[in-house]
Design a protein around this ligand. Structure first.
Ligand code: F6R
Length: 261
């Protein structure tokens, strides 16, 4: 079962995520981070950037792989995930840009982009710690309901729900691309530690289905139950649909000091 940690807010979650990543980088200076985009991980990236600056941690060897990218946005579009990862992660953390990869959403090479990304992930030795958000549809990465639990990086069609949710980043809902290239669920499950973050009431159903529902391609987030080391960090609102809430709080309160998330 995933470890479920209920925190007061995104800043408290960010402190836990930053702790885990700082410990990882100290242990492995060329650690491979799996990077989610969207709003959910932003406080964690800010917390990590502060820790790196305050403690003068050398991150020049740290590598990164984004989860996904839109297909067909022009190079340099501010909402391409390449731009978002540069703006929200690479620059504030001071990572080496050449060591941070994002799937290639250029239509000209899209047929081979998934296999290329898989090859790069394997060549890097896989992801050490994968940060995940979750969509209202239950997607992780952009693996919408129905995605194979064994899927690898490939092109997917976004649901209209997801396009509506992401319209806030674009001038008009019609500007949200129809297609994306995303790590598959099988790809995500190869990471050594999954850290799934969710905040707010709108995520409560997806979180409950992911943590406590049956494992099913209809709820892609439920694939986390197949992973031996998953940490789910949620606020009260996102945790509100969980049946075993008391137990999660009890287990966290009695967690051995030596164990990290
Ligand atoms: C982003 C990603 C998505 C988001 C999810 C939640 O790289 O893969 O799964 O994590 O759509 O988005 P936010 O955080 O904006 O609610």
């Amino acid at each position: 079962m995933a470890e479920v940690v209920i925190v007061d807010d995104e800043e408290a979650a960010g402190a836990l995520v930053a702790d885990a990543i700082v410990a990882l980088i100290r242990r492995k200076p060329d650690a491979v981070l799996g990077l989610a985009t969207g709003s959910t991980p932003l406080a964690s990236y800010r917390a990590l950037a502060s820790r790196i600056a305050d403690e003068r941690i050398d991150v020049r060897g740290v590598r990164g792989f984004a989860l996904d990218e839109y297909v067909g946005l022009p190079a340099g579009h501010p909402e391409s995930y390449r731009s978002v990862i540069t703006r929200e992660v690479v620059e504030p953390l001071g990572l080496t840009p050449e060591l941070v990869r994002v799937p290639n959403g250029d239509p000209a090479s899209i047929r081979t982009a998934g296999a290329d990304y898989e090859a790069s992930l394997l060549a890097a030795g896989g992801v050490d710690l994968q940060i995940l958000g979750i969509g209202r549809t239950g997607h992780i990465g952009f693996n919408e309901p129905g995605s194979s639990l064994a899927s690898l990086t490939r092109v997917k069609t976004l649901t209209e729900h997801t396009r509506e949710d992401n319209a806030r980043f674009f001038n008009s809902p019609d500007d949200v691309p129809m297609h994306c290239i995303t790590q598959g669920i099988g790809t995500i499950l190869r990471a050594r530690h999954l850290v799934l973050l969710a905040f707010g009431e709108a995520k409560a159903r997806a979180v409950a289905a992911a943590v406590e529902g049956p494992v099913s391609a209809s709820q892609p987030g439920s694939a986390i139950q197949l992973h031996p080391h998953t940490t789910v960090i949620v606020d009260d609102a996102a945790a509100s649909g969980l049946a075993n809430l008391d137990y999660y709080r009890h287990a966290w309160a009695h967690k051995p000091d030596w164990q990290r998330i």
